[in-house]
Write a new protein. Sequence first.
Length: 188
Amino acid sequence: MLKRYTLSAAAIVLALVASSGNATQSGAVEDEMAKPAIPSREDYPDAGQAFGMVWHNESDGKRPMLTFMVPETDNRLWTMRCEKLDNGSVRIAHMIIATPREMVAEDQFGFTVRVDDGASIGVLARMLPTQIEGQDLVMPQFYLPNNHALFPALARGNRAFVNLNGNKFSLHLKGSGDALITFLRACQ
């Protein structure tokens, strides 16, 4: 039985601070940006910890799929499914079971995923219909090519920080590397 999770987010806004240029003796200015700090778990609560969620490769050889889920249940937060198109190309269909603020069916919006203290990766999603526990709902869904920069970041990182239009949460990435590599190999 699939449980629906609505994730709440803190209202605190993170500030990225750029270091000001330092004047040298010759009067030149260094334009160096300070490395951003890892977002706070207070601002981005852990979305899977209370439920014991893990990264799980569900590829059966026919239909590769990767999920962030509660083991041995249908409780999922993020699903990735391989889609092979008629022209021979491959794309990864994603669905995140979370509700962005002030979004309704068919809304298109950008959101970010930041892995550890790396740069934020922008993604364009749309609120599309899905069925969960027999209920018709709309959830963020998006497509990425199988060579998108998000995949190696998720495979190598420790924590992903997701900001879905103000709904902020984080996911641990323990076990994501092997699961993603197996999934992407099956999705070619």
